[in-house]
Design a protein around this ligand. Structure first.
Ligand SMILES: Cc1cc2nc3c(=O)[nH]c(=O)nc-3n(C[C@H](O)[C@H](O)[C@H](O)COP(=O)(O)OP(=O)(O)OC[C@H]3O[C@@H](n4cnc5c(N)ncnc54)[C@H](O)[C@@H]3O)c2cc1C
Length: 304
């Protein structure tokens, strides 16, 4: 790790995954003193292969992050701390961040790249399959599970949205509402038109072998074999610090940002999954890159 003076930081970045590292690269290349605080829990840590990001298609998620970290920490003004940020406060000249290990740091600007936390449904076996055979996104994993017997664990509008995207990837599609189906007559007609089956029986367990789905065990005791399941899963912010600082959230629980990645709190920027519905490594890197540039510009405007 590069040696650093904790009192001389210009920017603190919370979260050192794809978005945070991307912001840090732009800032490091601008000779900004940056501290990244990260606790090593990216949302895709269980998925064996990451797809749909140019030059890294099929790579292990941790390997993409490892290479990124190595390249970013080659810039001597960028520093890394493995810790959890637990408190964020506004100060006269910027922000004060405190970590679980009791350390505290100040900086003029704050970047939150803390991602989101998926609140997986309480179905036995689902967590073990998450990112392996129970997936969230057709762009990330749909090609690999194309033409297979596929379920969609969702209901209502979310199920219709996913079904419309996945239909192009497989003809054997079943919506698993795990409770009473909630579709309008128009939606029902669409499902029939595209031969998409609906199963309302509650799923009590996902039987699997090392995360590879075998059967869904349904409440009536029957088993349904599937190769893969898409699940629309609710999420929450991974860190409460942005909200505690006063950053407004959108109705979809993302941090509200403008087109330059600025939150509603002056001096606080957000990038990656915490502030975007387009959940991908490519988008995290892109938004992080813009954030780094915009934070540098703000620092420049204040001093030039
Ligand atoms: C199962 C799964 C599979 C996926 N597969 C793909 C794929 O194949 N292709 C693709 O493009 N996208 C994929 N994605 C989406 C992709 O992983 C995310 O879009 C991407 O990781 C977002 O990057 P991020 O930096 O915003 O957040 P994350 O990668 O989630 O990282 C957030 C970081 O912040 C840290 N952090 C949070 N709070 C604190 C705190 N208080 N203190 C310190 N550190 C903190 C976390 O430890 C973590 O390291 C997948 C997602 C999931 C859930």
């Amino acid at each position: 790790m590069n040696n650093y003076n904790p009192d001389a930081m210009e920017v603190i970045i919370l979260g050192g995954s794809y978005a945070g590292l991307s912001a840090a690269m732009a800032l490091g290349r601008s000779l900004r003193n940056v501290l990244i605080i990260d606790n090593g829990l990216p949302c895709n840590r269980q998925t064996p292969h990451s797809h749909n990001f140019l030059t890294q298609d099929g790579e292990k998620p941790a390997e993409i992050a490892r290479k990124a970290k190595e390249q970013v920490l080659a810039y001597s003004t960028v520093h890394w701390l493995e810790d959890t940020a637990v408190k964020g406060e506004k100060t006269q000249h910027g922000f004060l961040i405190t970590t679980t290990s009791g350390k505290s740091f100040t900086a003029k600007k704050l970047v939150v790249a803390t991602g989101v936390k998926d609140n997986l449904p309480d179905i036995k076996g689902l967590a073990a399959c998450w990112g392996i055979s129970v997936v969230h996104c057709p762009y990330c994993h749909g090609y690999e599970i194309r033409n297979q017997k596929t379920g969609i664990l969702a209901n209502g509008d979310k199920a219709i949205h996913l079904a419309s995207l996945v239909k192009n990837l497989t003809d054997d599609l079943t919506i698993l509402t795990s409770g009473k189906a909630d579709f309008s007559p128009e939606q029902q007609a669409k499902l029939e038109k595209h031969n998409i089956k609906v199963v309302e029986l509650e799923i009590v367990e996902i039987e699997h072998d090392g995360g590879v789905l075998k059967n869904l065990l349904l409440i009536d005791g029957s088993k349904a074999g599937f190769d893969a399941v898409y699940a629309a899963v609710p999420f929450e912010q991974h860190s409460h610090i942005p909200a505690a600082l006063g950053c407004e959230l959108t109705e979809h629980h993302h941090i509200q940002i403008d087109h330059l990645q600025r939150t509603s709190v002056p001096g606080v920027y957000a990038c990656g999954d915490n502030s975007s519905g387009m959940r991908s490594v490519a988008n995290a890197v892109s938004s992080g890159n813009l954030t780094g540039g915009m934070v540098n510009k703000e620092l420049t405007d204040e001093s030039f």
